[in-house]
Ligand binder design. Sequence first.
Ligand SMILES: Cc1cc2nc3c(=O)[nH]c(=O)nc-3n(C[C@H](O)[C@H](O)[C@H](O)COP(=O)(O)OP(=O)(O)OC[C@H]3O[C@@H](n4cnc5c(N)ncnc54)[C@H](O)[C@@H]3O)c2cc1C
Length: 378
Amino acid sequence: MDVAEVQDIVIVGGGICGLATALALHRKGIRSIVLERSETLRVTGAAIGIQSNGWRALDQLGVASKLRQTAIPIQRNLEARCLKRSTLLETLANDLPVGTIRFGSHIVSVQTDPITSQPILHLHDGSVVRAKVVIGCDGVNSVIVNYLGLKLPKQSPITNVRAFTNYPDGHGLEPEFVTIRKGNLLLGRIPIDDKLVYWFIARRETPQDLTISKDAQKIRCSTLESVKGFPREMVEMIEKCDVDSLTLNGTRYRAPWELLNPTFRKGTVTVAGDAMHVMGPFLGQGGSIALEDAVVLARCLAQGQRTSGINSTTSIESAIDEYVRQRRTRLVQISTKTYTLGSLLETSSMFVKLVCIVVMIVFYRDRLGHTRYDCGRL
Ligand SMILES: Cc1cc2nc3c(=O)[nH]c(=O)nc-3n(C[C@H](O)[C@H](O)[C@H](O)COP(=O)(O)OP(=O)(O)OC[C@H]3O[C@@H](n4cnc5c(N)ncnc54)[C@H](O)[C@@H]3O)c2cc1C
């Protein structure tokens, strides 16, 4: 006997993209549910830099003014602020109708109903959800990407350490994003407010990373070891960091050419955020791009619904195709910029460096050009 629950729109994954998509749909009067495998909002990575394209999307979602109060501007011309990840996720979640997010809901597989052609989601606890639309916002190890028949993203040789440092008497730093590079190690520092500073280190992975990644004290010791010779205040910032916020993670990426052709749709199932287009952290744009996805996808689905209603499979499919069409050029452009920048930082080949420099000069002369993008009205 089939005891599956039936839903209109199911979003898999309650990270930045999943919550933003649910909120965008809610603002358009469309109900969805978010199935998140964790038991609470998952906030690994301490903080996130949001640049002006991301702020435009947050304006459309109706949460930008609340978030602006939590973080100081760190750039003069184009808006850029660094938000605590927990603040961003909680703000998105708090504006959703009660019951939208279901924690502890781990999707293990998806299949197509042979009669209706609609997706059927299987959860870890054996329960089943049938949906008219499924949006995979389930990050780099996406079950939905598997269902669409796409390759999972590649592992990059870059590892990141991220944390907060709290200065109870004020840090006294300028409101700016400072980076220092020595060899293959990049250290970045961004103030969030007058007392809290977010910092990260990007460096080549080492064989020890796997063993230390679960132990914050060991991450701190190895990080201090790697920044010997850096300015004193930077070393102190790492010494005094909030150990609970400290994380060490590898990174994944999808190469720009992998975004050129796929339909990113199978029936009424699609993907958004990192699941669709994870890119190296060299531009700090993955979160902002995920917010843009949410606005565009909700706008397209709402237009489709206005024309033919949520019950028309053809109209849902056309709406998803329109979403993919609107996103593809943007994604290929920004992913190429990230990829080129990453290759420039990572390669030891002079020839590759030269090619990257030429690409940057010819196509990306405007260093902040990608942040001027406007995903449009919701
Ligand atoms: C080191 C580093 C620094 C970065 N810095 C920045 C920055 O400064 N600015 C910026 O804009 N971006 C930055 N990014 C990128 C940004 O963090 C991501 O692009 C963004 O978090 C993607 O959001 P998402 O919702 O698509 O995926 P995720 O945040 O990965 O969320 C996916 C969610 O899906 C859930 N999930 C996964 N599988 C399942 C399943 N089977 N069933 C149910 N739930 C599931 C997960 O638990 C998770 O909550 C950075 C990334 C890295 C690695």
